[in-house]
Design a protein. Sequence first.
Length: 337
Amino acid sequence: MKKYLSAIAIVGISLLGPSCRVGTSGTWVNDHIEPEIKSQVELLNKQLYDDIKRQDLTDLKQILSPELIKGAGKSLDSVINQVGPALKTTSSGYMTIDSYYVKNTTTNISNTVMPTISSTDDYIVNYLALNKEMYVSLLKTTGTVNSMLIIAIYGKHGDDWKLNILQMGEYEIIGKNAPGYYKYALKLYNTGDLIDAADMIIIAGQIGSPGGTYFKYKNESEMKDLYSKILKEANTFYKFPITVNQIKTNPVIFGVNPQFIGEKGKEGIYPSINYKTNINLADTAALRKENDALQKNIAGIFKGIVTNNNHILYQAFDQLPGLGKKTNRFGFAQKIK
């Protein structure tokens, strides 16, 4: 099984504090937070989002804690320059997933917050509280096929709320987060559809840490265990490369990977079959004939791949990829339903 991991940007800036001290804290969640406090931070969240989208570093610094500005240094510029253009071209806004207001008896203690209602998407946020009053906002970008998680952790500095920690990462792909793809992978695994199960658990792994070290799904260990289990079994069951002897030209399948398509009306994650062809890539008619034959045989090669997907993608390579090798390819798409 060839693993395919797309480039997922997880960026963040944070304020590193001294070692934890012993103390206690109280936590208020969402609608149980005092309205005045909640409205204050919601205004800051809007400014945070707008400043990142506009790449307005000067205005953004107005809501950052002095220590964070000093500690972040030039990384602050890189975060804004990396994320800003993406928000500008794709995101239409954001929504609040959860909010937490925390009061501590002292500073420099560990705070842990989590949803009060149990679900399969349960998560834990842990951070070092450098202030007696802290506020955690979990935001999700909206208006796009995929969404980003924004974790903004504020501390009360005198009379003002200032941002201590900012962490951003890819949160959902086609409306599903990591636990969603984990559940789907488990369902496919239980029906013996190893190729599609492997693709889905790989996607779960790609977006499994949207909040870096501050954010952790409660079922993280189960997701990691299933990831290892499925890929091990897939590699054992399917002996790549696979020569398709049913076809006269004997194409050789050397890998399958999940491929994200974001084109409107065609959004989805589809299996991409990578194979070496013995046909000259310039002979597109012969390539098409070979691929048509491969499409007819693919259900017999990979269990469930036709029934589980409405499209299958194919990449015909002129040689098997290897370190330092330059390869050329020709693509096909199979519409199933």
